[in-house]
Design a protein around this ligand. Sequence first.
Ligand code: NAP
Length: 287
Amino acid sequence: MTETTRSARLMDGKALAQRLVAEAATGAAQLRERTGTAPCLATVLVGDDPASETYVRMKRNRCAKAGITSRHVPLPASLSTGELVERVSELSQDPGVHGILLQHPVGPHIDERAAFEAIAPEKDVDGVTLSSFAAMSFGLPGFVSCTPGGILRLLDQYEVDLAGKHAVVVGRSAILGKPAGMLLLERNATVTYCHSRTRDLSAYMRDADVLIAAVGRPRFVAGADIKPGAVVIDAGSNPGNVGDVDFETARERARLITPVPGGVGPMTIATLLTQTVQAAARQLAVA
Ligand code: NAP
């Protein structure tokens, strides 16, 4: 193994996210000064799942620190799809709300897609509607899903050249793996999606110039799965602050790698805040 591949450089998502949140805070303050209105994010939480409560609280705390107002809408787990759609539609029509975050999951008896689709596209700062997804796939302006958007921003920060590179995305969820691959494709990477039915997964991973782990299994990607000199993005967030990549062995092979915590996680929230300020600026017609 060469000196350059012995220990990867860390991609510091925490530091970049702090900068982006500071920029969002400046944008929010300017908006408030020019229009008398601060950006407002509505957070909709169905039920009392402790993990979801924590995520929403974290997002609201970050909003508060950035001068973004948040309007919390806690709803009972017994809510019907129709009732949830109605509440989300009200927020979509409310001129005092500029962005809407509907925390996933909403409960097995609710049609989550119907609830997401009640979010007006111009307020879809979490990038969950079909309209946002379509815009992203066509390379048109719109709000991107926050975690993939944060990953691309991080790759840009570290000047990772994506054109012609083989990007392998392990995971194909609608909020993470699939859009991450589409954003990489938009940047002219050659993209391979891997998933639970992929045969000889390790062979694909070992051929990746850029490897995105979005599996939801602790330390799933081992150092031996990584091509020496690859860029490794660990989107995993498993209990105990453990990623989907075995960091210690992976860093011996990778050129650049995201830590967990402090890599992709903070970038997700930073993207949410950035998009909320952008949404408010457009709705207040000062963009
Ligand atoms: P998900 O919906 O459960 O999707 C997991 C994906 O991994 C699926 O596409 C699945 O394949 C694939 N997979 C599962 N086992 C596999 C295996 N043995 N081999 C190959 N592929 C396999 O999860 P998600 O919502 O995308 O989240 C993935 C991870 O990212 C989780 O750790 C989550 O906590 C984390 N995450 C982090 C953030 C953040 O802000 N940092 C945000 C969102 C998610 P199939 O499609 O074939 O089932």
